[in-house]
Design a protein around this ligand. Structure first.
Ligand code: FAD
Length: 504
């Protein structure tokens, strides 16, 4: 069959790195096969990550996908429209509930009764996910990417043996093979994830009841996002973190305000604390914790514990040793600037190689890698990959933090603008947050931008583009921004960087 014929490109893994690489390769005229063992496309991101944690309003897509006649044009249109939305299923659903409860009354919208229907909320998430994963299948058909459902294993640098999901086996050959097998949950020593009482982010996306007490181990963005979801639905949230700070990559000043916001939402933090033991023998879970530096132990009780202490590259069962592909100490596949591994014709992209473990970074890798394979130029600028924490408010950033700029010894200026002084944020009564811009003192060139606000994940892209073009803060300040928008806060922060803002 088609899978047995030689391909120009074979992609192992159908996550955001792999499926985007496959579509791009086909678009460049390369004969392409994508192998995915999950049974559905979209990888961690779509199935158990970015999307299910953030959904709502996707019924439309699903009804189109579910229609008998696949209308590929409107399907892919809807797919992109919705993939681009910031709604991440459970974050959005729980936010709607929280708003209805706490924000609507002050806007004069009153209910006599408000309830959570958890099964309906989870069903909405599942619907969104299945609609989107089937949307990618539609895009594969449209672009003539051959899709093999099964688990791939190298038998040589140009041959992959696939145990197919229907119980068979096939060998897929390719001149170029891209490894896009992604990452998996990192477990902690002595803690067994049963996905019931002790869950990973995957289990936390489908708890059967709202836990009274949820303890989150790890204060990275995934832990905080999942903590927010259940906190809004009524769980008491305690976050235990070994490090002295939450989200270590965040600008320190923004982080402080962010933590204060989360504390206002009743999230509790135990920083510089380590979990040394766990007891699941009773009804709930007892966690034994002690100060990171050592000291007196104490016990934390929980109904559910979420382990979100990071993710590790996933290469199990891939047969890397058969073809001698090198990995580093962290298990990440070593690649050069063209995404080439040390094995001839074998490339790697996404979470399985070094760099930020983010869906959009994996996608950029995928496109650039395929461009190199096709003999073109590809490029990913890892200094300009935006990062977003999808809590409420969101925190988005691109470029350097103030701490990083300081440590580089660069003379810099800071411009800040609070959303309290932004008319749109005031109008919607959602004005917690700020924009902070760092620019080189001598040239005014923007070095980093940090935004905390509702929809910060959308606002950040003006800054990403500015950084990409090597813009100065004055370039943003002299760009006309529509009124009344949250984006005006970005303009005012830019004015504040080299001169004075107007509205504060
Ligand atoms: P993956 O998405 O992990 O895909 C790899 C695929 O390869 C998997 O489907 C796997 O089944 C398949 N595979 C593995 N081995 C084989 C094999 N031998 N044969 C065949 N198939 C195989 N990122 C963001 O940018 N924004 C977010 O909001 C965000 N939220 C997240 C929330 C959560 C809860 C989690 C867990 C992650 C989140 N991420 C987010 C991270 C994002 O999901 C990853 O960075 C992204 O999925 C990486 O893409 P990838 O293609 O490299 O790998």
């Amino acid at each position: 069959g088609a899978a047995g014929d030689e391909n120009d490109v074979v992609v192992i893994g159908g996550g955001p790195g792999g499926y985007v690489a496959a579509i791009k390769a086909a678009q460049l005229g390369l004969k392409t096969t994508c192998i995915e063992k999950r049974g559905s496309l979209g990888g961690t991101c779509l199935n158990v990550g970015c999307i299910p944690s953030k959904v709502s309003g996707l019924d439309l897509v699903w009804s189109i996908v579910a229609a008998d006649e696949l209308d590929l044009f409107s399907l892919s249109f809807e797919f992109h429209r919705n993939q681009g939305s910031t709604s991440k299923a459970l974050l959005h659903s729980s936010h709607m509930y929280h708003e209805a409860k706490h924000a609507f009354p002050s806007h004069g919208v009153k209910f006599s009764q408000l309830e959570i229907d958890l099964p309906a909320m989870l069903a909405q998430k599942d619907k969104a996910v299945s609609g989107l994963t089937r949307g990618i299948e539609g895009l594969f058909k449209k672009n003539k990417v051959n899709y093999v459902k099964g688990s791939g294993k190298f038998i040589s640098p140009s041959e992959v043996s696939v145990d197919t999901l229907d119980g068979g086996n096939t060998v897929v050959k390719g001149k170029n093979i891209i490894i896009a097998t992604g990452s998996d949950v990192k477990s902690l020593p002595g803690i067994t994830i049963d996905e019931k009482k002790i869950v990973s982010s995957t289990g936390a996306l489908s708890l059967s009841a709202i836990p009274k007490k949820l303890v989150v181990i790890g204060a990275g963005y995934i832990g905080l996002e999942m903590g927010s979801v259940w906190g809004r639905l009524g769980s008491e949230i305690t976050v235990v973190e070994f490090a002295p700070d939450i989200v270590p990559s965040m600008d320190g000043e923004v982080r402080k305000q962010f933590q204060r916001m989360l504390e206002k939402q009743k999230m509790k933090f135990m920083l510089k604390t380590k979990v040394v033991g766990v007891d699941t023998s009773g009804d709930g879970v007892k966690l034994i914790v002690e100060p990171a530096a050592g000291g007196e132990q104490s016990t934390l009780e929980a109904d559910v514990v979420l382990v979100s202490a990071g993710r590790i590259p996933y290469t199990a069962g891939l047969g890397l040793e058969t073809i001698g592909v090198q990995t580093d100490k962290a298990g990440r596949i070593t690649v050069d600037k063209h995404f080439k591994t040390n094995a001839p014709g074998v490339y790697a992209i996404g979470d399985v190689i070094p760099g930020p473990m983010l869906a959009h970074k994996a996608e950029e890798d995928g496109v650039a890698c395929v461009e190199f394979i096709a003999g073109r130029e590809g490029h990913v600028d890892y200094d300009m990959v935006p990062g977003v924490v999808y809590t409420h408010p969101e925190v988005a950033s691109v470029g350097k933090t103030e701490e990083q700029v300081k440590s580089l010894g660069v003379a810099y200026r800071v411009g800040k603008f609070p959303f309290m002084a932004n008319s749109r944020a005031k109008a919607i009564d959602d004005a917690d947050g700020l924009v902070k811009i760092l620019a080189e003192k001598e040239t005014d060139k923007i070095l980093g931008v940090h935004i905390m606000s509702p929809n910060a994940g959308e606002l950040i892209h003006e800054a990403v583009l500015a950084l990409q073009y090597g813009a100065s803060s004055e370039d943003i300040a002299r760009t006309c921004h529509a009124h009344p928008t949250m984006s005006e806060a970005v303009k005012e922060a830019a004015m504040a960087t080299y001169d004075k803002p107007i509205h504060i």
